[in-house]
Design a protein. Sequence first.
Length: 100
Amino acid sequence: MFARINRFEVADGKSEELQAAYKKTIDIVKQERGFQEAILMIEPETSQAVSVTFWDTKQNMERTGRPGAGTLLEKILPIVRPFQKAPPIHKHYEVKLRVK
């Protein structure tokens, strides 16, 4: 399993709007091959946000993170960008342990 972590700061007073927009983006992401789960966390005191998406393979995760015309990013970024202070920072990880 693999995970993409996106970090960003929520635009002032836009936490509720970001949550609604994030849900819309995940509805789109769910259609992608290999998607497993998504989590959005926001630190109330600082408005720092972390999005984590889980993928079955590294290839599926990387495929969905590529920029360009017709890509997943082109579809979802316009939905959430209005509620972010700056573009997110992306990191990819291999999940070594997950306990539910």
